[in-house]
Design a protein around this ligand. Structure first.
Ligand code: SF4
Length: 494
């Protein structure tokens, strides 16, 4: 029905959105759409929005305004807006931008093709926002962006009530996917040559609460360890309050689970953590890190930190710096607190002036970078195994390097030279090399490669193929052509 119509998806926000966009693409292609070329004017533009960033709504309405002339010139063109901001603003979007055709929320991404069809047929905007999940997104077909690395959702929503976070009101209560379905999706990806999966959930440690199994997440990690051909397992995000020793044991004892942990701190001040309604305290946070490093000495630990939460004093901020010094993060996503309408923290009285927040933020970033640099320098001389990546090294062409991720998640720019190379090195292949320089945000390996393994993922990248999963739990993936990569803009500050 839509044969030949072209689409483009513009993605904002966290990994959840990036993965949801893969599902949106899968459905659109099943409905007959094809990806628009980089220089073509698409017949359909879909915005998968994020409500977390300050001014997200102004930016969206600005971008929609830019599309108006294209829509006026081509009334058959359609524009759809989904994601968290759509869930929040609902009908407001078509009031402010009446040239939008479809608004859909976070609970009904599976309805997009039908809503587009209905809007075209009725020649009026369709706004459909549901209050709870209609279909678990993973049951929808997906057109994957990467041939070597895949996202697999284990849960959606969150049962916590962090006062700065909009997720509970926009994504709803946590819904867990059955382990058998998660593992079937992982196996289906691996069967198509994917080497690495990242298990996704707002709070992966509470996985299993819905079906009453306490150790469900550690069991899931161990089960991933039994999947032949799956070389790397990562996950995001855990929550310090629910992070239990069985997960640390599973990480340490399952060889394909990577030595990497993203553990959101948010604040080092116990008073602010209480205000944020995050139930752990800084001592518990640091004791988790000690345990992880005791069992997994080379673990790279990253974090999220919010500066300038309402009421934060210089003493509170110093407590954050103290934890950062002790925790020695390999990197940190740092955020300046910004008031997000709809969150409890937006109503708190003592909102801090921008210049105070900025000044603390600058000091924090300086410390975080200094520590990350020190940690990276310690890795000079170390042998690393890299999964070669696509598009991760901005300067690769001028430096004649390629880029890849080490098992601990660090970005390494390497020189693809040496007798070990078979044919050419492609994204999706696996190489080994030795680190020669540590920078604050990446490593460099400028010697000849120690080894190079050609993989099926590399063959697929070379041939321009990407996995497509059918979405039903035991569905078999098939291959399609790649579309332009989505633009992911930072995390959601979990
Ligand atoms: S910050 Fe994370 S844990 Fe807290 S409510 Fe938001 S999604 Fe849940």
């Amino acid at each position: 029905m839509n044969g030949g119509k072209t689409y483009q998806i513009r993605t904002f926000g966290c990994q959840m959105n990036v993965h949801d966009s893969e599902r949106l693409a899968g459905q659109l292609e099943e409905a007959g759409y094809v990806p628009a070329g980089a220089d073509d004017a698409p017949d359909l533009v879909v915005f998968n929005t994020c409500a977390v960033r300050e001014n997200a709504d102004n930016k969206l309405y600005g971008t929609l305004g830019h599309l108006r002339p294209a829509k006026d010139a081509n009334p058959d063109m359609q524009i759809a807006v989904g994601g968290c901001l759509a869930q929040k603003d609902r009908g407001e979007i078509v009031k402010r931008a009446p040239w939008v055709d479809v608004v859909f929320g976070t609970h009904n991404i599976g309805a997009l093709p039908v809503l587009l069809e209905r809007a075209r047929h009725n020649a009026e905007a369709e706004v459909e926002i549901l209050e709870s999940l209609e279909t678990f997104p993973s049951t929808l077909p997906a057109r994957r962006e990467s041939a070597y690395s895949g996202w697999v959702s284990i849960s959606v929503g969150c049962n916590n009530t962090c006062t700065f976070c909009i997720v509970p009101s926009l994504r709803g209560k946590e819904r867990d996917r059955r382990p058998g379905e998660v593992l079937a999706e992982v196996e289906a990806l691996v069967a198509e040559g994917v080497l690495e999966v990242t298990l996704l959930g707002q709070n992966v440690n509470s996985y299993g609460v819905e079906f009453g199994e306490r150790d469900a997440f550690s069991k899931l990690l161990r089960a991933c360890g039994g999947i032949d051909g799956l070389e790397r397992v990562r996950f995001t995000s855990p929550h310090p309050a629910a992070f239990t020793d069985d997960v640390i044991d599973a990480m340490a004892e399952t060889p394909n689970v990577c030595p990497q942990l993203h553990m959101p701190l948010q604040s080092g001040s116990d008073r602010i953590l209480r205000e944020m309604r995050r139930s752990y305290r800084s001592s518990r946070f640091l004791s988790i890190l000690d345990k992880v490093r005791d069992r997994i000495p080379d673990a790279a630990i990253t974090t999220d930190i919010i500066v300038g939460f309402p009421g934060e004093t210089e003493k509170d901020f110093q407590a954050t710096l103290d934890v950062v010094r002790e925790a020695r993060f390999s990197s940190a996503f740092t955020f300046q607190y910004s008031r997000r309408p709809g969150t409890p923290a937006a109503e708190l009285p003592d909102q801090l002036p921008k210049q105070v927040v900025q000044e603390r933020y600058d000091r924090l970033v300086e410390l975080v970078n200094e520590i990350a640099w020190d940690e990276n320098k310690k890795l000079v001389g170390r042998k690393v195994e890299l999964l070669v990546a696509e598009g991760e090294g901005r300067k690769d062409t001028e430096t004649r390097r390629m880029s890849g991720r080490a098992r601990d998640g660090r970005l390494v720019h390497f020189t693809p030279t040496g007798a070990a190379i078979e044919g050419s090195v492609r994204p999706g292949d696996v190489v080994e090399t030795v680190v020669t320089y540590g920078a604050p945000h990446h490593l460099v390996a400028d010697g000849d490669l120690l080894s190079h393994r050609r993989t099926r993922a590399g063959d697929n990248v070379e041939a321009g193929r990407r996995p497509r999963t059918d979405g039903v739990s035991l569905g078999l993936p098939s291959f399609g052509r790649p579309a332009p990569q989505p633009v992911a803009t930072g995390g959601c500050g979990l």
